[in-house]
Design a protein around this ligand. Sequence first.
Ligand SMILES: Cc1cc2nc3c(=O)[nH]c(=O)nc-3n(C[C@H](O)[C@H](O)[C@H](O)COP(=O)(O)O)c2cc1C
Length: 192
Amino acid sequence: GCGQQESRERAASHAPEAEVSQPAKQPVDPAAGKKSLVVYFSQSGNTEAVARAIGEQTGAELWALRPQKPYTDDYDALLEVASSEQQNGARPAIATPLPDLDSYDVIYVGYPIWWGDMPMILYTFFEDGDFSGKTVVPFCTSGGSGLSGTVETIEQLAAGADVKQGLHVGSAAAADATGAVNSWLSELDLYR
Ligand SMILES: Cc1cc2nc3c(=O)[nH]c(=O)nc-3n(C[C@H](O)[C@H](O)[C@H](O)COP(=O)(O)O)c2cc1C
């Protein structure tokens, strides 16, 4: 605060060897006051691996989005379930209550690409929360598709949020995503 700076200046001007007394520059703490949360849905662990890499790099807390009704482990059956949820515009219920988003400024949101889009539970998530004034940072994993227009969808769903450039990681690279995560994060330059 001001008092501290004044006493530092006084100390400097009273120091016998001080020649020119300059006001002390306040150091800038890059992450000051910005709390981050990583929210992710991951059915088979790939997106979760990327979420962990983001958590390790940023110190953000992790929160897994889980459906009240768990999805089948049978891949072919899941393809069908996901497809019909998408066609029906389903809003699968979330198992545990959302964390209080008010406490966070930066919210990373991670998901696999399912049939060229986010799984429908992400729609539930975005429609349930108030994202105005937040920084929302999307990331996804997929077999071959990239972000598939999901960043634009999130811009529409998260009204009033500053939605950043998303990160896509191929499924096969998800377990070793630290390098990709780090260069993406430094490009985003969020903590200033
Ligand atoms: C229902 C379903 C639909 C999928 N659709 C796509 C797709 O459209 N494009 C793609 O590249 N990968 C698709 N995949 C592959 C997943 O995106 C990929 O395996 C992802 O890394 C899974 O993430 P997770 O382990 O976090 O659940 C699909 C997978 C499932 C289960």
